[in-house]
Design a protein. Structure first.
Length: 125
């Protein structure tokens, strides 16, 4: 399965919106028709250190359940860089125009550059 950056962003935004007493997110908190996709991407986010959580390991290619408690500091920092729809869309467009693959470090760096450019244009106006 390919890594889908829009799904990653969606998951991070969902985590950030959790109430403090909501308990952990689980696979059942996401649309069932895309269960495998969400499970796969949550596992990637856990591996990348962007969220704290655990996967329920099973054999086969079906969705794995997970218990994910919260974003990490790095998860908050990454989400802060890509949260804005304007920044996110300009970031994705930059990669498409450049014909480049989106990697975690590059996405964060390009998103920061886009945000800085937007801030500079706002300050000048």
């Amino acid at each position: 399965m390919k890594r889908d950056w829009d799904t990653i962003r969606e998951i991070l935004i969902k985590f950030e919106g959790l109430a403090p007493d909501a308990g952990p997110l689980q696979l059942g908190d996401f649309p069932s028709e895309k269960a495998y996709e969400y499970s796969y991407h949550v596992e990637l986010l856990i591996e990348a250190g962007l969220i704290h959580g655990q996967m329920s390991k099973t054999l086969g290619h079906h969705a794995q359940n997970f218990l994910a408690q919260r974003l990490t500091w790095q998860g908050h920092e990454f989400l802060d860089a890509i949260r804005s729809d304007t920044v996110w869309n300009k970031t994705k467009t930059s990669f498409v125009k450049g014909g480049l693959s989106m990697t975690f470090d590059l996405v964060k760096e390009v998103a920061k550059d886009v945000a800085v450019a937007l801030l500079k244009s706002t300050i000048v106006s």
